[in-house]
Design a protein around this ligand. Structure first.
Ligand code: ACK
Length: 223
């Protein structure tokens, strides 16, 4: 008789504990509220609205994802390349249901996504699949992404604008990091939370003065 293959999940990742979700949402929403009142932001408002002079309420502009998490491996129920191999890694099996503290070091806002950059520790990087940073990256951006340290794409999606898929957050983050590396920073604004930098085409990056930590559990998710 044929043995049924164990089913693969939609993805693996670190999931924020419920009490952490509220804390992170409050802190990051406060930032959004302040951002859309800044003169520097208003100068580039057309990159969000398509027209100058029009106002935008960023809290309404971004739709919240269901569960706050940091994806390690998108498996797509086994359809994604390397899904089975990842699920079978000893380190993955051993780490399931374990607790991890994630460190958020920056926030990004673009016309498409709102996200938190996660700085992975050496231990956490063991769960980061090889090649994950460059998956689905546009060929033109590949050389820059390959020059970034492993785990550069690690993030928590905090919101997406209408019609945008969460996969975009990691791609927007990589684009911003590549621009920064090339010294393409524009206007800088000091805020309570840290330094806000503009990176053209509606891209904003807030380097946090103090990282925000969040307790999580490593687990798999299937819809
Ligand atoms: O914000 P995220 O990391 O972006 O969380 C979701 C999660 O998997 C469930 O959809 C991410 N995701 C979706 N498609 C991909 C993909 N092709 N490569 C990497 N991550 C993906 C999405």
């Amino acid at each position: 008789t044929k043995q049924k293959e164990p089913e693969l999940p939609l993805f693996f990742g670190w999931f924020l504990l419920p009490e952490e979700v509220e804390r992170i949402k409050c802190a990051t929403m406060d930032f959004l509220k302040t951002l859309d009142t800044l003169e520097a932001f208003k100068e580039h408002i057309s990159e969000f609205t398509g027209e100058a002079e029009k106002e935008v309420d960023l809290e309404q502009y971004f739709q919240n994802p269901l569960q706050l998490h940091c994806t390690t491996k998108f498996c797509d129920y086994g359809k994604a390349e390397g899904a089975k191999e990842y699920a079978e890694l000893q380190v993955v099996k051993e780490s399931l249901a374990k607790s991890y503290e994630l460190s958020v070091t920056a926030l990004i806002v673009t016309p498409r996504t709102f996200g938190a950059r996660v700085a992975l520790t050496e231990t956490q990087l063991k769960l980061w699949p090889e090649g994950a940073d460059k998956e689905g990256v546009a060929p033109a951006l590949l050389p820059s992404v390959e020059a970034l340290p492993a785990g550069s794409r690690a993030h928590v999606t905090l919101g997406c604008s209408a019609g945008v898929d969460a996969v975009q957050t990691g791609l927007d983050l990589l684009e911003i990091l590549a621009l920064q590396k090339d010294g393409k920073e524009g206007t800088q604004v000091e805020m309570d939370l840290g330094t806000l930098t503009y990176l053209s085409e509606g891209r904003w990056f807030l380097t946090l003065r103090e990282p925000i930590t969040a307790d999580t559990t490593f687990t798999s998710f299937s819809d």
